[in-house]
Every structure is written in structure tokens, then in C-alpha cells.
Design a protein around this ligand. Structure first.
Ligand code: MRU
Length: 346
């Protein structure tokens, strides 16, 4: 999607005519919306660190970056591919199953001993497949959203930054916008890391989509006031029974949506489905550093970054990064393969 009118993906190969080994290029999402910077590296460890430190985040983007990073490891350090690099990438984050889907795909090719050129092409193909899935699910989602006033509420960043391109939750919104419609988006700020306020709002602005950031705690009230027509989120892992792990706060939204009879859609590519988890109870939920809750960073009027403490130094904090929404609270799950609706009339 566009930044300053120019197209970007959140992770990609960077091919330099002067060097036969490609580099991995990604957008450092930690700096947005204040600075747009891309990182380029030929070191697989830098790619693993980028995932771990959330320079690259969002389930499909984590999978895409891991595919590039592991392919780079195959090209540059074959001897340690199985013993070091596979476990290294698998350990970067626990919840988004796309990471493991990508590791499995690249591992299978490494076991076949494919050529370096084929491995490089396979990583590209992995990302291209994800992007095509997002674009296709966007068509399905746009049909669902093309009702009423299209005031859509979304949580976290399930946009193109999180999904290489198009986004999952945002794919249908961008499809509507590109078709000349005027979707409006309520953007939950998404404490504690504020992926909504920092990333989703920025993305939507770059694409000219009207939006308004709100505190997470405003969501149920706005639903009760008749100001939300539909809710769309992405997913980090979908269990076999349809339970969905997504950014913390999603479960709470689903309860409010159910109470107010508002459709609650989850958009995710096939790589987010995990048949090995029978129910949501089997999905591992990442617990992150308490400082994400206790501290806050941002820029002052001069554009200088600051990290400040917002809670008493004596207070501790819990920080589960995801929650699980039961399938019973979800109106439909939408992927590139189609729509799973509990009630086909909803
Ligand atoms: O911790 P994050 O920022 O990686 O969490 C991201 C989310 O929870 C997204 O909603 C999810 O990955 C769907 S993204 C297309």
C-alpha cells in the first residue's frame, strides 16, 4: 500500500546489483507514525531480532519476515540452518501461528536441498501468496461491509504493515475505498503498545480513509450509541473449533458486539488457521514486559522521542499480549478461501 503516494510492503527482499546475496528489507514499525524508516540486512540474526523486538509485527508479516530471514540463513549459513537458525526463528514469538507456518514451509524446502536460487524465490513466493490471500479475502470482506453506513470499528493493527500488504481486517476497507466508497473507521488505540493509534490510523491516513482514534474503553459505549455498523479484526491463530486468538481487548469487543447485535468479523489468511489446536484453550498467549504498561513513549513538539513512566515506580503490571474470542461471539471468519458464518443470514 501507499506511503507518500509510493507503494511499499512491510517486508521484502532487497536486491542490490552489486551483491549476489539478497538482503532482507523491512519497515521499522516501532518508529511510526513519527518516522518512516526501512532497515536492510544480510544477517539472519537481524531479521530474527526485528521480529522479536516488534520492528516487524502482525501475524502474516511475522511469517513473511521469517520466510525471508530463514531463506537468508540457508543462503549464507547452510551448516547451521537446522541446528541454529530454525530454532532461533521459531523462538522469536509464540502466538502468531503464521511464524510456524512459514518456518515449516522453508524447512521442507531445506530438507529437499533446493538450490539457493530456488530458496530465494520460495521466500518471495511465500510472501506473494500471503499478499494474494489478503487481496482475495478483501473482496469477500468488502461484500460483507458494503451495508449501511459502513462505520467500521477495528482493533490493533491488522493492516498492511501487519500483513506484508493489503492487511487482513483492513483489506475489505481498502477494497471499498478503492472502489470509490467512503468507509469510516473507528480505530481502537489498543493499549498497551498502541498499534491502533500509531499504525492503523497512520496507514488509513496514507490511503485517504476517514477514521477517528478512540480509547479502547470507548468502544462499547460507541456501540450502545448506534455509531458502529460492524467490527473487523485480524487474528494471530484460529483453533480448529473457530476460537480466535488476537490482540488483547478483542474478546472484550466481541462481548460488547454480541450485547448490541453488531456483526463481528475476523479476517485472516489460511496461514493463521491451526488445526493442531483443537480449541482456543490450547493457544499459547504471549506475556510481555510489564514496562509496556507502566511506561509510554512518544515525541514532543520538537519531534524528539521520550520514554516516560506513567505509573508509580512501586506498582507492577500484567501484560498478556493476546486473548481468545470464542467462536460463539464471531459472526463470520473470512479468509481467501471463503466465509465461515455461524448463521449464513448474518
Ligand atoms: O503483538 P502484535 O502487534 O504482533 O499483534 C498483532 C495483532 O494482534 C493483529 O491483530 C494480528 O496479528 C492480525 S494481523 C493482520
Amino acid at each position: 500500500m501507499r506511503v507518500g503516494g509510493k507503494s511499499f510492503r512491510s517486508a521484502n527482499w532487497f536486491v542490490d546489483a552489486g551483491d549476489s546475496t539478497p538482503a532482507v528489507q523491512w519497515i521499522d514499525q516501532r518508529l511510526l507514525p513519527h518516522r518512516f524508516e526501512q532497515r536492510i540486512s544480510r544477517k539472519p540474526e537481524d531479521v530474527a531480532l526485528a521480529i522479536e523486538s516488534m520492528q516487524v509485527r502482525g501475524a502474516p508479516a511475522i511469517g513473511g519476515a521469517a520466510a525471508y530471514g530463514l531463506a537468508l540463513a540457508y543462503l549464507t549459513d547452510k551448516n547451521r540452518f537446522f541446528t541454529h537458525w530454525l530454532p532461533r526463528f521459531r523462538a522469536t514469538r509464540p502466538t502468531a501461528v503464521n511464524l510456524f507456518h512459514a518456518c515449516d514451509a522453508i524447512q521442507a524446502l531445506a530438507e529437499q536441498g533446493v538450490t539457493d536460487a530456488d530458496m530465494q524465490a520460495a521466500a518471495q513466493s511465500y510472501s506473494d501468496t500471503e499478499v494474494a490471500a489478503n487481496a482475495c479475502m478483501g473482496e469477500h470482506l468488502a461484500e460483507r461491509l458494503a451495508v449501511g453506513e459502513r462505520r467500521i470499528l477495528t482493533h490493533c493493527n491488522a493492516g498492511w504493515l501487519a500483513a506484508v500488504d493489503w492487511g487482513t481486517a483492513t483489506s475489505g476497507i481498502y477494497k471499498l475505498a478503492h472502489a470509490g466508497e467512503s468507509p469510516f473507521v473507528w480505530v481502537d488505540e489498543t493499549r498497551p503498545r498502541l498499534q491502533g493509534a500509531r499504525l492503523t490510523a497512520w496507514e488509513l491516513g496514507q490511503e485517504g480513509v476517514k477514521h477517528c482514534i478512540q480509547a479502547d474503553s470507548a468502544a462499547a459505549w460507541m456501540m450502545s450509541q448506534g455509531k458502529v455498523d460492524a467490527i473487523v479484526t485480524g487474528a494471530d491463530r484460529i483453533a480448529a473449533n473457530g476460537d480466535v486468538a488476537n490482540k488483547i481487548g478483542t474478546y472484550m469487543l466481541s462481548l460488547a458486539a454480541r450485547e448490541h447485535g453488531i456483526p463481528f468479523y475476523v479476517a485472516a489468511p489460511s496461514s493463521t488457521f491451526d488445526a493442531n489446536c483443537a480449541t482456543g484453550a490450547a493457544i499459547p498467549v504471549e506475556e510481555r514486559d510489564a514496562d509496556e504498561v507502566l511506561m509510554m513513549d512518544g515525541v514532543d513538539e520538537a519531534g524528539d522521542s521520550h520514554l516516560i513512566r506513567i505509573a508509580s515506580p512501586n506498582s507492577s503490571a500484567g501484560n498478556p499480549a493476546f486473548d481468545v474470542t470464542p467462536y460463539a461471539n464471531i459472526t463470520a471468519i473470512i479468509s481467501e478461501q471463503g466465509v465461515w458464518a455461524r448463521n449464513p443470514n448474518t
